[in-house]
Ligand binder design. Sequence first.
Ligand code: NAD
Length: 362
Amino acid sequence: MTFQDDFSHETRPVRVVFRPGAAVTATPGEAARLGLRRLLVVCGGRGEPVARAVADALGDACAGVHAEARMHVPVEDAVRAVAAVRAAGADGCVAVGGGSAIGLGKAIALRTGLPLIAVPSTYSGSEMTPVWGLTEHGSKRTGRDPVVQPRSVVYDPRLTLSLPVPLTVTSGVNALAHAVEALYAPDASPLISVMAEEGVRAMAEALPRLAADPKDLDARGRALYAAWLCGACLGATTMGLHHKVCHVLGGTSGLPHAETHTVVLPYALAYNAPAVPRALTVLRRALDAEDVPRALWELAGRLGAPRSLAELGLREGDVTSAANRVAGEPYANPRPMTVDGVRAVLRAAFEGVPPEPFQEAP
Ligand code: NAD
């Protein structure tokens, strides 16, 4: 981004509280600030113990715990959660957990207009965005609506101490992907570039420390700080090829979210590289590496993350249909997304070969 480009930037009102222990010590105060008196706590099955601790801290302001969040928010889950909110007479929700729990909280907000507080336990970044997603009949719909943007985000690095190393790494790369695509988004701004660079630098520094010692609270804090920045980039910009490919692979082939982002990112960036020289300059600085797609691929390998879509269960025969689907939908991308170009990206990601420059798309 230079100052010969024009840009517009909108900052949405969201309060961020960041400190170890904040899930329990800060959430009640955030609810009170928003004037909320009866909050339904939503979480996934595995996150229930932490959610119960948050519920206990809320005391009389807790209207119940709804522990039914699942990946990609099936529509029937949203319907049940809205019924639970109404039955409890809740005036707001607290989502405690990863992108799935926050996604369910957003689905409730979308249908009821009730305010949401997010207490994230992964690096997905969803807490910083007005983006919602719902899955119905095997197809995932997403949209933007300011009503789903959490009003308050409580970052507690202690919550992430229990994240297993494989999920720490893939969730961290999921965050990196938001920053990478924000750097070449049509609605990027100088502020976004600063946040993206800092987010990439902080996450790339924290992940090797966490792979070596997942209980390192300082590195946990650094990764969560990076997730905040990268999530803010996602919330403010329009994503491109990488997110589109992951959306299709997750929604139609059922591939796991963070792992898919981890595998695809080096190839999507290698494809877009010729069209995004300024983004690459920023990323070279942040990662201290000349060949950025290769550096991302090596980082994933060094930290033991999956590196091929085949490992994630994609079938070879699905590569072409996924490529047709990605190229068939309109999407902002700095380089034209032809079927052949997307198929080449998916083919390389399927095999997990080192990322090489992709020829100009025909
Ligand atoms: P997730 O929320 O599904 O969590 C993955 C697994 O990790 C779950 O089994 C969960 O119980 C467990 N887990 C979460 N936190 C943990 C912790 N601290 N310790 C131990 N286990 C923990 O996965 P995710 O990657 O965070 O989120 C993926 C979902 O979020 C997808 O549906 C994706 O589409 C959505 N998402 C939405 C946005 C947005 O802006 N709307 C952004 C990113 C992701």
